[in-house]
Design a protein around this ligand. Structure first.
Ligand SMILES: [Zn+2]
Length: 445
């Protein structure tokens, strides 16, 4: 096994912030704090830096990374109908690969080591390949959309097509790369999949130990559509389907009734809080303090780059700490709570809580060394406060996933960042041209 020492930083641990070394043995953490005097194969300098568990994002869409900047200042229904459905439909394997690599690169470079992503209906292998190649820990699902609805007609598959795709992904990818890659069951929304598909997919999730990932109560109008179509509110409908378990990760949850909050708490489902996307699309502000008070596990996510336009978890964590204070005062979501949401609570949501999201011996070595030029170690300043509130200058210098250095000296260790960015820009131009030339695109200004 290779032993690496991350030397001399301020380390954020579950027991508090300590000065000293973090020792990595193979894919796991061997020791934390103090000074390692035994042999090491590699020493990574962290003097003056903050050493933190890698961020865990609970809701992203790699396929949308190529759409950033194309669809601004719209509400979610316009955004989906006019842009996201046509653009996702326009993806081919090559543009999907470029978008996914760009997204994974941005997340690693900003300190996200694990993420849960929902892709489009097609080309999901390309997203898993990107995570495999660049070294991220990823749980990725294809969007299941076998229920024909007007807004999703461009992407809908038959039940047989969607099922075959899902089984293929599980067979090819789930548990591969030292269990770094996993496949999720991802009906795009409660009513995007048929009840028959939900039943089969949930049975598969139980049998193969898969996360169930969907969008819930993002927009008030959408939620009313679900209620009209199914006779139940989103969360009640999911519970009726049997989907509301500890495997469930529900993105947004902006418009929940008291009964829905109780159901989430009782069933142990997790919520993915995406405050930037909710604000940018004007969807509302999820009542996260109410969920936390009821004991619901809440992680954070940037959502897709098309409605954010950033995949930087730290920015999302900052907003998650601040936005609820407008109504709830300065301690509505404090810095430590926001940090936990962005790390260990996210890992719990992904079923990884026993091994990911904390720096302590025995956990997997998913670690970020943040250059923090304005942080003064050893003076009582809180590294967590600094990570949550500080702005420019705080950057991920070194990132390890599974004990392997994937970001070294602020750039990707195993891929050409310039080539990834160039391919991402080409993909965006290609998709834009395809949508402009399509029937769907022709209705837009
Ligand atoms: Zn989303």
């Amino acid at each position: 096994m290779t032993v690496s020492v991350i030397r001399g930083g301020t380390v954020i641990t579950p027991a508090g912030e300590v000065q000293g070394d973090v020792v990595v043995d193979g894919d796991s953490l061997l020791a934390v704090g103090g000074r390692w005097t035994r042999a090491a194969d590699r020493v990574l300098d962290a003097a003056g830096a903050i050493v933190a568990p890698g961020f865990v994002q609970t809701h992203v869409h790699l396929c949308q990374t190529a759409f950033a900047g194309l669809a601004e200042d719209l509400d979610v229904m316009e955004w989906l109908d006019q842009w996201v459905w046509p653009l996702e439909q326009a993806h081919d394997a090559e543009t999907m690969s470029a978008a996914a690599r760009l997204g994974v690169a941005e997340m690693l470079l900003t300190g996200t080591t694990s993420f849960l992503s929902m892709e489009s209906a097609l080309h999901t292998d390309r997203a898993l390949e990107a995570a495999a190649d660049l070294g991220a820990r990823a749980t990725i699902g294809k969007a299941i959309m076998d229920r024909q609805e007007p807004g999703t007609r461009l992407l809908a598959q038959t039940r047989e097509e969607a099922w075959a795709d899902l089984l293929g992904l599980v067979g090819r990818w789930h548990g591969t790369e030292n269990d770094r890659l996993r496949v999720a069951v991802s009906p795009r929304a409660p009513s995007a999949a048929t009840p028959e598909m939900w039943a089969d997919a949930l049975e598969l999730a139980t049998r193969a130990d898969l996360i169930v990932h969907t969008h819930v109560n993002e927009n008030r109008g959408q939620s009313e559509q679900v209620r009209d179509a199914n006779g139940r509110r989103d969360v009640e409908y999911l519970d009726h389907l049997g989907a509301l378990t500890r495997r469930a990760v529900l993105a947004h949850c902006v418009w929940l009734s008291d009964e829905e909050v109780s159901l989430l708490a009782d069933r142990g489902a997790s919520v993915a809080h995406c405050p930037t996307a909710n604000l940018k699309l004007g969807s509302g502000i999820a009542d996260i303090p109410r969920l936390l008070a009821r004991g619901v596990n809440v992680g954070i996510g940037t959502d897709g780059a098309a409605c954010n336009n950033s995949l930087d978890a730290r920015r999302e964590m900052t907003l998650a700490a601040l936005v609820h204070r407008a109504r709830g005062g300065p301690r509505a979501v404090d810095a430590a709570t926001a940090f936990t949401m962005a790390t260990h609570a996210g890992a719990r949501a992904l079923g990884l809580g026993a091994r990911v999201g904390r720096i302590q011996p025995g956990m997997l070595a998913d670690v970020v060394v943040f250059d923090a030029p304005q942080f003064v170690a050893g003076t009582g300043e809180s590294a967590i406060d600094h990570l949550v509130y500080s702005g420019s200058g705080l950057r991920a210098r070194t990132v390890l996933v599974d004990g392997r250095v994937v970001v070294d000296d602020f750039t990707l260790a195993h891929a050409d960042l310039g080539a990834i960015r160039a391919a991402g820009l080409r993909a965006r131009a290609t998709l834009r041209a395809r949508v402009r030339g399509s029937e769907a695109g022709a209705v837009r200004p």
